[in-house]
Write a protein that binds this ligand. Structure first.
Ligand SMILES: *Cc1c(COP(=O)(O)O)cnc(C)c1O
Length: 638
């Protein structure tokens, strides 16, 4: 049985400075309103370009597919491949012309380009042949918009040329209206031109389409079997006249909170450049949203927000990160109170109203709103998803260790339904993987590694290395290896019997006296160390028969080494090639080294080990219980 995912957050629990709510139920409602204007043979393409007009292309695509979309429309290859990365497998039409250099991606991601010239299609055909695929395309015709597309008079000619190409499938022909929301005459003119061409090819192509969402609301286009729906599905009217034809509900709401409350005395000004003066004492609030959040600068002194049902005017200029609003009419406004800036219940917060107040475009305002905001997706008034991805760059809060741990915990909990059990599994999961189930993989615990540089008259420092760790004893010996080039050392990384590897700088003469194991112990048993020069490496075998009875048991290792390091290298890298539980690395240096920098690169549960600086010693340590994964390390530079 599949357990339905519980709603983890309530709307009232949102802790954000500003956020966007996307109401998917309203989106479905709008699609159904538009479908009332379809005839039986017509389906639709959901337009999700520009991250679905700022609503989030992935979630809108998923919802549109549920609501019957047979194809998606995007602006370019990049938008389309993002959807493919997220496992959207509906056909995707690229509405803008593609470049030659995008052909590989078009084929790879199974996308459909709009084409308007034979040169591009011939190149596409060649590549499709090479990849042994039949590549679908739609021919875009220009019927008077004069933006892109083959001129309608030449469309049939292009059609016939493309038809000859073996690896191209003409799946659709289309055109685009310039003013379908309010110019019936020009729209009909464009439609007629398109039909003259479309009628000639209709029996051979799968899709004939011209109408955007406003066109669908205004008229029927009986010769077409596909409509391209954008703006109206997002609940925004492109023209007042459309209100009588479809009932739309806004999908996007932009919200924030009062972050500061104050009073401006009579005759004081508010904001940059003193564009607003208080005619009497005025109580105002600051909202932490500005034009950098997409709240347009041109809304300065020229818009309203909703607070507790009241309509409050913006005072003064919109700043980059703040706006001031008049809250005189609100009796007990508190810091933290919610504000709706767009998509509220009042006419004044509708996108259409806001954009027309500065002669802007609703399309533009939608795509710019909430640049810094996380989107929450609502279904029947409840949050069912949220998405910082696709929109913001890395934000530490989204991926913090705490959060990741919580996610793993929750995932286990949901599967196991028992908190304690989930916790036990979580803590033992790695141990189980590495010890119980796979004997070949081992790990070191309580790993302690100290590096001690001391002065020397030569151009090198004396180096004393000490390692202490616990590990299952697999052999009655182990190898410590040293080489003066990476290649020679590499073979030792693949050998399970090697406990330590050191790269001797090539400025130091390569001889056994330059790298010595001064002591090697397992469980306090001193091992015999034999040095061999093999294949450009100093190989030291540390062994004792006394270890035989201890095999396959946890043992304590201690290794001490003496070697050298050039003074002029100015950098020492420590590389952790195995799995560790608890790591401490100590670097001690002589007086002559003054400034030392330490950059740990840890992978594992915690990325940032503790770094302590003492007198001439730096200690880098993870906590004893933390797993540290291979490819971690520290770079000391001096
Ligand atoms: C954006 C776009 C649409 C959608 O138009 P709306 O007015 O948002 O419905 C349709 N067709 C093409 C070619 C587009 O670029």
């Amino acid at each position: 049985m599949i357990k339905k995912r519980k709603n983890k957050i309530e709307l009232s629990q949102i802790k954000e400075r500003s956020w966007v709510e996307i109401d998917l139920s309203n989106f479905s409602h709008n699609i159904n309103e538009l479908k009332k204007h379809f005839s039986a043979n017509q389906s639709f393409m959901q337009i999700v370009k520009a991250d679905a007009y700022g609503h989030g292309a992935l979630q809108i695509a998923i919802q549109a597919q549920k609501d019957g979309a047979s194809i998606l429309g995007v602006a370019n290859v990049e938008e389309a491949s993002l959807l493919r990365f997220n496992h959207i497998d509906l056909p995707i039409l690229i509405l803008s012309p593609s470049f030659d250099f995008e052909i590989e991606s078009i084929v790879h991601y199974k996308l459909i380009p709009s084409v308007n010239n034979i040169e591009f299609v011939e190149k596409l055909d060649l590549y499709a042949k090479k990849m042994a695929v039949k590549q679908p395309i739609h021919i875009k015709c220009d019927t008077g918009m004069n933006r892109n597309g083959v001129k309608i008079e030449q469309a049939y000619n292009l059609y016939q040329q493309i038809k000859k190409l073996d690896n191209i499938l003409i799946e659709g022909v289309f055109s685009h209206f310039s003013s379908s929301e309010n110019d019936k005459q020009f729209t009909q003119h464009q439609y007629k031109l398109f039909l003259d061409f479309a009628a000639q090819v209709q029996s051979e192509v799968r899709y004939i389409h011209i109408a955007n969402s406003s066109a669908v609301a205004n008229s029927d286009f009986a010769m077409c079997n596909l409509h391209r729906l954008g703006l109206l599905t997002y609940g925004v009217y492109s023209d007042q006249s459309i209100k009588e034809k479809v009932n739309l509900k806004p999908v996007m709401t932009f919200k924030s909170r009062l972050s500061h409350i104050s009073i401006a005395k009579k005759n004081e000004s508010i904001g940059y450049n003193r564009t607003f003066y208080a005619e009497h004492d005025i109580k105002y609030a600051i909202i932490p949203v500005g034009y950098a959040d997409g709240y347009d600068f041109l809304l300065s002194n020229n818009a309203f927000v909703e607070i507790n049902g009241a309509i409050c005017p913006i005072l003064g200029k919109v700043s980059m990160d703040m706006i001031a609003v008049d809250i005189s009419q609100i009796d007990n406004a508190q810091i933290g109170d919610m504000v709706t800036l767009l998509g509220g219940s009042s006419e004044q917060t509708r996108v259409e109203f806001l954009s027309s107040s500065f002669k802007g475009s609703s399309y533009e305002l939608l795509t710019q709103i909430g640049k810094r905001a996380k989107r929450y997706y609502l279904q029947n008034g409840k949050i069912n998803d949220f998405a910082p991805v696709l929109r913001r760059d890395f934000i530490p809060k989204d991926f913090s260790d705490d959060k990741l741990n919580k996610i793993i915990h929750q995932a286990l909990e949901e599967r196991i339904t028992k908190k304690e059990l989930a916790s036990v599994i979580y803590h033992d999961i790695l141990k189980f993987f590495f010890i119980e189930s796979d004997r070949d993989i081992s790990y070191r615990s309580n790993f302690f590694y100290s590096i001690n540089f001391t002065e020397n008259d030569e151009p090198y420092y004396n180096v004393e290395l000490q390692l202490k760790f616990d590990k299952i004893l697999q052999n009655s010996y182990f190898i410590v290896a040293c080489a003066n080039n990476q290649k020679a050392l590499e073979s030792y990384f693949n050998r399970k019997d090697t406990e330590y590897r050191w790269l001797l700088d090539d400025s130091i003469e390569f001889q056994a006296s330059r790298f010595k194991v001064s002591s090697a112990k397992v469980n306090d048993i001193e091992l015999d160390c034999n040095t061999n020069l093999i294949n450009n490496a100093i190989e030291i075998k540390c062994a004792s028969e006394l270890l035989e009875p201890m095999l396959n048991k946890l043992a304590h290792f201690e290794i001490s080494i003496k070697t050298f390091y050039p003074k002029d290298r100015h950098q020492l890298s420590v590389y952790l090639s195995e799995i560790y539980k608890g790591v401490t690395i100590s670097f001690t240096y002589p007086k002559s080294i003054e400034n030392i920098d330490c950059v740990p690169i840890f992978s594992g549960k915690h990325r940032y080990p503790k770094v302590e600086q003492h007198d001439r010693e730096i200690i880098v340590a993870s906590s004893a219980e933390d797993w540290v994964f291979p490819n971690s390390g520290v770079v000391f530079s001096y």
